[in-house]
Design a protein around this ligand. Structure first.
Ligand SMILES: Cc1cc2nc3c(=O)[nH]c(=O)nc-3n(C[C@H](O)[C@H](O)[C@H](O)COP(=O)(O)O)c2cc1C
Length: 188
C-alpha cells in the first residue's frame, strides 16, 4: 500500500506541510509506505495542450512531472495539501494538476492502460486559508471534486483549516487529528 503526499505550498514547515505530515503519519501508522513530494522543489511547467499525450499517455514536456505521473499511477492514495492564494490554489498545485492531462486520451477518457490503476485510486485533499472561514478554500475543493469525478477517482473526506502565520496550525489539535485520521482511514 503506497500513499503519496503532494505539498502545494512553497512554505516548508508551514501549515499545509504540518497537516500533510499528520496525514502521512496516520497512513504510516496504518501500515502504508509513504512518500512526500514538495512541488515547489520540482520543475513543473504548465500544460501546453500540445495533444501529444492523447495518443501516447506520456507528456511531451520533459520535466519532473514525468516522474510524478509514474508515482501517482503507482500510489494507492494521493493526498494533496495546499493553501489558498488569491481565492484559488497555488500556482505550483495548478501546474501539477493541469499536467494530469497526460492521463486522458483525445476524448477526455482516462487512457485505457491507466484505467485499472486509476479507478481504485483514492484522493485526499487538505486546504488552508488565512481567512477564519475555512470555506474560502472551496474553489480548490470544487476543482479537485470535479477532477476526481471526471477521472472516476474516489475523493476522500476533505479537511479544511484556517491559519495565517507559518506553523500556526500546529496549535490546532482538532484539525491535526482530522488530517491524521484522513491518512489513517485512507489505508485499506
Ligand atoms: C500570495 C498569497 C495569497 C494569499 N491569498 C489568500 C486568500 O485569497 N485568501 C485567504 O484566506 N488566504 C490567503 N493567503 C493566506 C494563506 O492561505 C495562509 O497564510 C496559509 O496558512 C498558508 O499556508 P502555508 O503555511 O501552508 O503556506 C495568501 C497567502 C499568500 C502568500
Amino acid at each position: 500500500m503506497k500513499v503519496l503526499g503532494i505539498l502545494g505550498s512553497p512554505r516548508i514547515g508551514g501549515n499545509s506541510d504540518i497537516l500533510l505530515e499528520q496525514a502521512l503519519a496516520g497512513a504510516k501508522d496504518a501500515g502504508a509506505e509513504v512518500e512526500k513530494i514538495v512541488l515547489s522543489k520540482k520543475k513543473i511547467a504548465g500544460c501546453l495542450d500540445c495533444g501529444k499525450c492523447n495518443d501516447t499517455g506520456v507528456c511531451a514536456i520533459k520535466d519532473d512531472m514525468l516522474e510524478i505521473h509514474k508515482k501517482i499511477l503507482e500510489a494507492d492514495v494521493v493526498i494533496h495539501s495546499v493553501p489558498v492564494y488569491f481565492w484559488a490554489m497555488t500556482s505550483q498545485m495548478k501546474a501539477y494538476l493541469d499536467r494530469w492531462c497526460a492521463f486522458f486520451d483525445a476524448q477526455w477518457r482516462v487512457h485505457k492502460a491507466y484505467r485499472p490503476k486509476m479507478k481504485v485510486k483514492r484522493i485526499g485533499l487538505i486546504t488552508l486559508c488565512g481567512d477564519p472561514n475555512v470555506f474560502t478554500a472551496d474553489p480548490i475543493v470544487h476543482s479537485f471534486k470535479n477532477t476526481c469525478q471526471f477521472a472516476g477517482l474516489n475523493l476522500l473526506e476533505v479537511v479544511q483549516a484556517s491559519a495565517g502565520a507559518k506553523g500556526e496550525i500546529a496549535n490546532n489539535e482538532a484539525v491535526k487529528k482530522r488530517a491524521y485520521d484522513l491518512g489513517r482511514k485512507s489505508v485499506k
